[in-house]
Design a protein around this ligand. Structure first.
Ligand SMILES: Cc1ncc(COP(=O)(O)O)c(C=O)c1O
Length: 381
């Protein structure tokens, strides 16, 4: 094995930022009486809701649990169709399938990589229940258009904003555009709770249902005795812990610095790569302020696999976000999708690669990524 091949990945595509304040916040909870379902959960929910401009928030054990819960309280069930992008992490659609619904894919816009709002209405049928948007890489979708279509066709909007905490659309933060907005607090995201997720909503009925669903469907009725509860609809254990929510609050205090650093790194990449014809760089529309969760490039006229492997061998932890969902065997055999159905998403995927982007990257890391990318391209051309 060559020396290059033996090299370990030294710069991952994303990672958390944990400091002494975070550790102190967590330790305080560990020394106290509540590990789960304590006061930090509501405090974290209120803090995120306020930051995003939403009325209510329900914190759960993961972004996936948040998606599942939102779909459930939206009443998505067997026989329903839901319009969604094929360019997303599996959880967005796997949870629709768990509810018995059919994901009806709409191709992406080649520049923002988000669902093409012009194409949505053509896919609306009598079975359509909702539009699920994904703010890919942190860039918000075009919500004015999407809301207009949803209103006209009486559809719910559920926004998978797992990439987009802190992103803005026309000067307003993500969290108040959709009927429900989903966040993830996985370590590669903008703030972390280890694992964790949240549903934001302005709808009191959804809020109440989400809280019940998070805890097995239990509805307490103390008027029948202090022990007494009933279950009208079975729920799940999607609870998050007090420990996680203490960490979440501490992380949220740092979000503006995290977002700024992400943006600065993206701008350094933009400048470094702007004249390289073999690369297509991510864009930011005039209506959007991206939260820069990812820096997804596309290589063109050149073998992506070779570039990817060269970068990995060089210690640069590139990733591919994502193989479009209609190319996965499950979605093909279950719903009849096939290669060629969504050419724009496929074209993106064929050249796609996300470069490392996280606030803890120091300038030396950024320079190293830039050098390695340029070298990998030269060697591959
Ligand atoms: C777009 C998108 N949706 C949903 C999820 C699921 O979030 P979690 O990992 O917290 O379950 C992710 C996580 O990577 C994601 O990127």
């Amino acid at each position: 094995m060559s020396n290059a091949k033996k090299k370990k990945i030294k710069i991952p595509y994303g990672r958390q930022w944990i400091d002494d304040k975070d550790i102190k916040a967590v330790t305080k909870v560990l020394k106290g009486g509540w590990l789960t379902q304590g006061p930090n959960i509501e405090k974290f929910e209120k803090a995120v809701a306020k930051y995003c401009g939403a009325k209510y928030a329900v914190a759960v054990s993961s972004g996936t649990a948040a998606l599942h819960s939102a779909y459930k309280v939206a009443g998505i069930e067997s026989g329903d169709e839901v319009i969604v992008t094929p360019l997303t992490f599996a959880a967005t659609c796997n949870m629709l399938v768990s509810c018995g619904a059919k994901p009806v894919f709409v191709d992406i816009e080649p520049d923002t990589l988000n669902i093409n709002s012009e194409e949505i209405e053509k896919k609306v049928t009598g079975k359509t229940k909702a539009i699920v948007t994904v703010d890919f890489a942190g860039h918000p979708c075009d919500y004015d258009k999407i809301k207009e279509i949803a209103k006209k066709n009486k559809l719910l909007i559920i926004e998978d904003a797992c990439h987009a905490l802190g992103a803005e659309y026309r000067g307003k933060k993500v969290g108040s555009f959709a009927d429900m907005t989903i966040l993830s607090f996985h370590p590669v995201k903008h703030i972390t709770t280890g694992e964790g997720g949240m549903v934001l909503t302005d709808n009191k009925e959804f809020y109440d249902k989400l809280k019940i669903l998070r805890n097995h469907g239990i509805i307490k009725k103390p008027e029948n005795g202090k022990w007494y509860y009933e279950i009208e609809n079975p729920g799940y254990n999607y609870r998050i812990t007090d420990i996680q929510c203490a960490l979440g609050q501490s992380q949220l205090k740092k979000i503006s610095g995290f977002l700024k650093r992400r943006r600065d790194i993206a701008m350094i990449y933009n400048k470094a790569f702007k004249n390289i014809t073999e690369m297509i760089l991510p864009t930011e529309k005039e209506y959007a302020k991206s939260a820069w969760h990812l820096y997804p490039i596309q290589v063109r006229g050149i073998d992506r696999r070779k570039v990817f492997e060269r970068l990995q061998e060089d210690g640069i932890g590139v990733q591919v976000h994502y193989m479009p969902l209609h190319l996965h065997p499950f979605y093909q055999k279950t719903f009849g999708y096939k290669k060629g159905d969504f050419p724009k998403a496929e074209k993106y995927y064929n050249g796609a690669m996300s470069l490392p982007l996280f606030p803890k990257m120091v300038n030396k890391d950024i320079e190293r990524v830039i050098r390695s990318v340029k070298m990998a391209l030269i060697k591959t051309v």
